[in-house]
Design a protein around this ligand. Sequence first.
Ligand code: UDX
Length: 438
Amino acid sequence: MKIAVVGTGYVGLVTGTCLAETGNEVICVDINEKKVEMMKAGKLPIYEPGLEQLFHRNIAQDRLKFTSNLAEGIAEAKIIFLALPTPPGGDGAADLSYVLGAAGDIAKIITEYKVIVTKSTVPVGTADKVTAAMQQHAAPGVEYAVVSNPEFLREGVAVEDFMKPDRVVVGTTDERARKLMAELYGPYVRQGNPIIFMDERSSELTKYAANSFLATKISFMNEIANLCELVGADVDMVRRGIGADDRIGKRFLFAGIGYGGSCFPKDVQALAKSAEENQYDFRILNSVMEVNEIQKNVLTEKVKKYYKGDLKGKHFALWGLAFKPETDDIREAPALYIIDSLLAAGATVSAFDPEGMNNVQTLLGDKITYAANQYDALKDADALLIVTEWSLFRTPDFGRIEELLKAKVIFDGRNLYDLDKMIDCGFYYNSIGRKEVK
Ligand code: UDX
């Protein structure tokens, strides 16, 4: 099938590349000409495991193309995906100007039936707004359907999530569009996972409900962790204890230093806002956000308490900058909050992250130092802070850590190490929701 993907950000590129992989002919459209030239030359502008190989293969086989010309990009496409940014506006509601602008532009060009699919995370009612934007500009008699098809891609495993989704959600009331979408996604659900068809509004809400539910799970566990510390319980044990119940499930129960990334903070905020606009006070969501704000400071609070409030002249090693492992993404990364408060308290920071260093350097410049590897970061540091749970940090050489640090002190925001191991090694070790090892 011939497909166009408008917007070559993270979601657009994964979507375009993975759709090409099953034999579709895909053209990706982006207004950024430099980026288009770069992709034409075979350079992938994002880091995502497994994507590069598919990207190159499909370019080489002429199934994946790029253009900055919208008319050229959508001319032959049956289905046009919109994967454009929906940043939070000043009031917390998602800003739809890119999506609606593109819809209007597409409407001006098309001359035959097309399916316009919103992939971006958009508030309930957006499909109607996109339809209205198209009606304004489309030539009389030209037919089209506006479909909601939210993505559930996790950074780091996005290719796998796209190729073998747990489910595909498609919101449409247009029979022709439904058939085309079923045909398009058929190869991805061969294992029997469902394509769930529903109306546009339910589909739009499904995306927000999924992310907000997961964020709720995390904030809930973070509060359990905080309580564990007060009552002398171990959150890892509680996690295993409750996760064994199928109704709760093992996944997404890890306490830490707050959820980050480009989706959860934005989506929870947008859903709360959308509830408010409908005169509904979504109390749980407000608490989820409040808890997350507090949790971002938990690690620095522990550090401050340990040094009795005085961090002036202290030097800290940070392991991890990306908001989670296997990505270079630092949007809403807890590391940025931690760095900010350490610097504000008069401390200095040396950091290492396998992928996130360039992005942080662009943002923070020489406010911190960037180490060549995880051990280099430790030189002359008063303590080690673990911020992102990269596999690389899970089994370090504790002897080397001891040699390089000025004192045997570790603050762990991701609960990477066994408490017994830390006792054996003689470290001061303070993690989340577990006993302090002194
Ligand atoms: C998320 C959703 O999982 C995905 O379905 C959606 O489409 C986009 O948003 P992503 O932002 O890539 O994906 O990250 P995810 O792996 O879900 O983690 C989000 C945040 O939650 C991270 O900051 C992570 O550290 C945190 N988290 C996750 C926890 O603190 N504890 C957990 O148990 C799981």
